[in-house]
Design a protein around this ligand. Sequence first.
Ligand SMILES: [Zn+2]
Length: 443
Amino acid sequence: MDTPTNRPPREVDLRIDARWIIPVEPDGVLERHALVADEGRIVALCPQHEADAAFTARTRVACDDHVLIPGLVNAHTHAAMTLLRGIADDVPLETWLERNIWPLEARFVGAEFVRDGAALAVAEMLRGGVTCFNDMYFFPDATADVCDAAGIRAMLGMPVLDFATAWAADADACLQRGFEARDLWKHSPLIVFALAPHAPYTVSDRTWEKIVTYARQLDLPIQTHVGETQRELAQSLEKSGETPLARLDRLGATGPGFIAIHCVHVDAAGIGLLAGQGCHVVHCPASNMKLASGIAPVAAMLDRGVNVALGTDGAASNNRLDVFSEMRLAGLLAKVVAGDASALPAAALLRMATLGGARALGLEGSIGSLAGGKAADAVAVRLGDLETLPVFDPRSHLVHAAGREHVSDVWVAGRRVVEHGALITLDRGAVAARARSWQSRLR
Ligand SMILES: [Zn+2]
């Protein structure tokens, strides 16, 4: 009889034994299982004694006090803006953008700024268990360089704005430069691109129409900030008599490849539109709270079947790229808004931070859960510290007791990029030195 036990063991690249493994799909917690990977992909998730008989691993890692989870997906950020962390706090979005961020960007942003800022962001995210992020920023080619070297997965938005920026003179120039960056990286296994019109209020109908044409022709997702503030909603109603979402629907932008970032100010009709067209929402609770934009109606969106992912937004409005803290904030906010302690339980939050993000980016076939055939993007989180003992349900701990400081090891496509908390692919000292140098220049 041909069973795994009497065949010679298969030689594979990697085996990770963990006290608990949470595959995310199917829901549940596996005890004393092993994740087995070869050539970057998961080949088995099985009890450790079965792995003993079936596989010989070239690298074997024991995570005896840890929970192993899929890599976290930060579904919205502006990585390079990490260099602006804490430079303008305690102001609302419009003031923050118009008086602080845009003037600074006009003076300082270039390929060097983006490379150094993205490296700082990627270092922070990898150490915090983020293995994939969805970015929107100028010079995406410079961010791609950093991602490739660091071995992190990314969707890079090609930013489009109608006015002149450090990146391009107008919307057409934005698109041209964005496509040039995409062409350079089209064969990368870790990097994909999306069209990233900044927001309904910074992009005209004519430009939106061009973006929609490109998206349909090239099968590219569209990501944009939408429904972020009350002022955005009021101005849109005054200008065109439509909500921002209704306008984007009229222009053909919405649909299954549409990633709606924020959606704080959406009404029942807007939620119906998002659900009916299979759009994705990225919930950024910390940024929305810090800029006093409001609270997105996440429970209502989930009830209607909308896929919701989690994002940090940029470090200039958060000020951390910490998906653990976004999970916890999203859960606490949902409970207090609904007046219902059962709203958004830990398993649902972990799902939003992994598979929800993967779906939003159109990558659910390869990441977002620990399953055979998917990429070996995994994170080991230590649960043996005093502040995480005892452990009754590791899912609860991931959201409510543990944090990114408990991340010990991180793999992307089977490659270890963080080992016992230390970065393997980035030079921590060099990244810090560049950040300090920008601190002097930006002051
Ligand atoms: Zn943003």
